[in-house]
Unconditional design. Structure first.
Length: 158
């Protein structure tokens, strides 16, 4: 309806993924534009939900990053409907304990899809893919609960 505030509407986009199966769809700077746009859309949703000053999204510039869209529905042989995302960023060596490692920058999952195991099923893969990554703050209550179940203290995060 024209003129109605739709800031509470969550639109789940379709993204190209020919013959994809599985819970995770990888995305990087060379991925199709619609996959990157989906990540940025989810970044605006987490901004609104958590009252952040600015939206999350894919890192800009020469930052090395990789994200995984959580696939909720395979819509056809050529498209999937993601229901969330996990975004990782590599910090270059800087002489501190925080440099030269991967960071989980943010995670967002559609509220109706939370608690269905997307992150739990993917956590082992993320540990294999990114090693002993750090977790960027702020950390939501839901994420703190998840990390506690994984026996990870939030003291390892910044």
């Amino acid at each position: 309806m024209k003129g109605v505030d739709d800031r509470h509407t969550i639109y789940l986009p379709l993204v190209p993924a020919p013959w994809w199966s599985g819970d995770l769809l990888p995305v990087d700077a060379k991925s199709p534009r619609r996959r990157i746009e989906a990540i940025n859309r989810f970044g605006r949703y987490i901004q609104r939900e958590q009252n952040y000053d600015f939206p999350m999204g894919v890192p800009e510039g020469d930052v090395k990053w990789k994200a995984y869209l959580f696939v909720g529905n395979v819509m056809s042989a050529s498209a999937v409907q993601p229901v969330g995302v996990a975004v990782f960023e590599h910090q270059p060596p800087d002489g501190t304990q925080w440099g030269d490692r991967w960071w989980l920058m943010w995670v967002w999952i559609h509220p109706f899809e939370r608690g269905r195991g997307f992150l739990s099923r993917s956590w082992g893969f993320f540990r294999e893919e990114f090693g002993d990554f750090h977790i960027q703050r702020p950390i939501s209550k839901a994420m703190k609960s998840f990390l506690s179940k994984q026996q990870i203290t939030t003291k390892k995060s910044v």
